[in-house]
Design a protein around this ligand. Structure first.
Ligand SMILES: Cc1cc2nc3c(=O)[nH]c(=O)nc-3n(C[C@H](O)[C@H](O)[C@H](O)COP(=O)(O)O)c2cc1C
Length: 414
């Protein structure tokens, strides 16, 4: 095996469990549940393919703890009514390949809940978002929902959960300095992290199984005034000291992994998903990964995001030899240099989530590399089923059709 990435195939312990290699499939919501938030045949097909692909960990996309407030019309849901469907789903994915650790990303969309079909709620109205302002009773109910969701994930046979604290969803909204509202969950760092830390404590009390791993994906810097990792409620200046205190606090409450991210896609899209035009933001992600790695105990696993834009070197990154500006080069190098312990594949997992398998079988040439065209993001924004609209004919056609329909409509109007 090529020595640049050989270390990607070293197993790693996460809590009491072991991931067979350093590849993680990052959470990627694909909006193909049924009307009750249950997985469909399409959802199952996607995850079976990923399971075959041989990654060490699969983080199942943002799954809502409350169907009432959700960001996507066909978003997966983890409420008591979804219990049976999730049990079946997990066992069917594991039947394909039981090796990847399967974790569920639990979320509440808060101000990113879509008002057209769900109830939008918020911590403190933010320009362009808003919604019903939540109170302490609402937070109590939400904490119960997270704990119930963790119990359902555990009983369904999942290996753990990723309690989402990134990308502007409710976890972020509470933690960010912008939440300077005078209430039990706002103002001081202690108040703003009360929800997150208490959910950790309650989940551990409820599940009490050392073989069930719990962690979080965190936006270390959201990149707008008052966002996570900024110096104050309206400050645009980056100060990630609180984000580091946040991940430390999670570790102290039993987190065995942290998925490092940045940005808030509804506001700072190119930061959370470095694109072809601004690929250099991936270096910012590396910087955050290193900062988190240096903060946590060696045994807490750090998982880095935002590698897709590097692909096989077909990118606009400057100042290095072309062969050193690739996903595999930086993945191997960052693991070697203890910048991160694992590498999560986001958009790349839609283009081709079978990288580990193909590398193991010496089929590197067959890998379909993400072009960072962001057609998948367009599908997501349009609330359509999401997949790779560059390599996967079904999604290419769906996007083409909707763009054509829009074109016809526009032409009719003019
Ligand atoms: C279509 C799409 C869906 C996504 N869904 C989620 C999600 O459910 N949860 C999450 O934390 N991040 C989500 N993300 C962000 C990715 O997991 C990842 O953090 C980001 O794309 C950067 O990684 P990449 O460069 O490998 O794509 C999504 C991104 C895209 C493009």
């Amino acid at each position: 095996m090529n020595e640049v990435y050989a270390n990607l195939f070293e197993p790693i312990k996460i809590g009491n469990l072991t991931a067979r290699n350093r590849f993680v499939i990052n959470a990627m919501e694909c909006c193909d549940s049924d009307k009750e938030g249950n997985p469909t045949e399409k959802t199952l097909r996607r995850y079976k393919r990923l399971a075959e692909g041989g990654a060490g960990v699969i983080d199942l996309e943002a799954i809502t703890v409350t169907y009432e407030s959700r960001g996507r019309l066909y978003q997966l849901s983890v409420e008591p009514r979804n219990r049976k469907a999730l049990e079946k789903f997990v066992s069917e994915v594991k039947a394909v390949n039981h090796e990847p650790l399967l974790i569920l990303q639990l979320t509440h969309s808060g101000e990113l809940s879509h008002p057209d079909f769900s109830r939008r709620v918020c911590v403190k109205p933010l320009a362009g978002f808003g919604g019903d302002v939540i109170d302490e009773a609402y937070i109590e109910k939400t904490m119960d929902q997270f704990v119930t969701a963790a119990r359902i994930a555990h009983d369904a046979g999942a290996d753990g959960i990723d309690f989402k604290n990134c990308h502007g969803y409710l976890g972020s909204q509470l933690v960010r300095p912008y939440n300077d509202r005078k209430w039990k969950y706002g103002g001081s760092f202690e108040n703003r992290t009360r929800f997150t830390f208490e959910v950790y404590e309650r989940i551990h009390k409820e599940i009490n199984n050392p073989n069930f791993i719990v962690g979080s994906k965190v936006s270390v810097w959201e990149g707008f005034p008052g966002g996570q990792g900024s110096a104050g409620p309206d400050s645009p200046v980056m100060d990630i000291s609180e984000s580091l205190k946040l991940v430390k606090g999670m570790e102290e409450r039993g987190a065995s992994f942290i998925i490092v991210s940045a940005g808030s896609p509804s506001i700072t899209l190119a930061l959370s998903q470095p694109d072809r035009k601004v690929p250099d933001d991936c270096y910012l992600h590396f910087t955050f990964q290193k900062a988190v790695r240096d903060t946590l105990k060696p045994e807490t696993v750090v998982i880095g995001s935002a590698y897709s834009v590097l692909n096989n070197g077909n990118n606009q990154l400057q100042a290095r030899k072309k062969e050193e500006n690739t996903l595999l080069y930086w993945a191997g190098r960052n693991i070697r240099d203890r910048v991160t312990d694992m590498i999560a594949l986001g958009r790349q997992s839609l283009a081709d989530g079978q990288i580990p398998l193909k590398l193991m079988e010496n089929r590197e040439k067959n890998i379909k590399w993400c072009t960072a065209c962001d057609n998948c993001i367009e599908l997501l924004i349009r609330q359509l089923n999401v997949g790779c609209a560059t390599f996967d004919r079904e999604y290419v056609e769906a996007l083409k059709q909707i763009r054509e329909e829009e074109g016809h409509l526009k032409a009719k109007r003019t």
